[in-house]
Design a protein. Structure first.
Length: 160
């Protein structure tokens, strides 16, 4: 029996698994999200939006979700898969960078809700902070969390 080779991050990013899918919000989900349509985006779709964030700007997962929902004429984009796919995009970019790629998805510019740095991205909060500070952003630490306090001022307004 041969051992199954583990997929690279870039292979995971490229595996769309039949996504995106748009469907009705049903069952227990309606308690939290109400009624309407929800999109489950494709990993490469999330990556493509993250790639559009220019130096000096940031985006949050909530903004990515809003852009995805609008694109698919849905009320919401799935918060769980959008977050997971941004994480996969970040690791795929770090993997490419480790192999010498010069231009990769600038995952450090994608923040969590409230301007918090995602500590689960490659390099952790310290490395993400360093990259953001190198691009002119102010980063503050509150307890174990790292935040970009003026993130709303530099949010990307339009992604396609």
């Amino acid at each position: 029996m041969s051992a199954k080779r583990k997929k690279s991050w870039r292979e995971k990013l490229a595996d769309s698994k039949g996504l995106p899918k748009v469907g009705a919000v049903t069952g227990k989900l309606t308690k939290r999200w109400g009624t309407g349509r929800m999109v489950i985006p494709a990993p490469l779709e999330v990556d493509a939006l993250m790639k559009q964030v220019p130096k000096g700007r940031v985006v949050t997962i909530n903004e990515l979700r809003a852009f995805l929902a609008a694109r698919h004429r849905a009320k919401i984009a799935c918060p769980i898969t959008t977050g997971i796919f941004s994480w996969i995009a970040a690791h795929a970019a770090a993997e490419a960078e480790a192999e010498g790629a010069k231009r990769v998805t600038p995952y450090w510019r994608t923040l969590k809700t409230g301007g918090e740095i995602n500590p689960k991205y490659p390099g952790g909060a310290e490395e993400i902070s360093r990259r953001l500070q190198a691009e002119g952003h102010r980063v503050v630490q509150k307890g174990k969390r790292f935040l970009v306090p003026e993130y709303q001022r530099v949010l990307v307004q339009d992604l396609r």
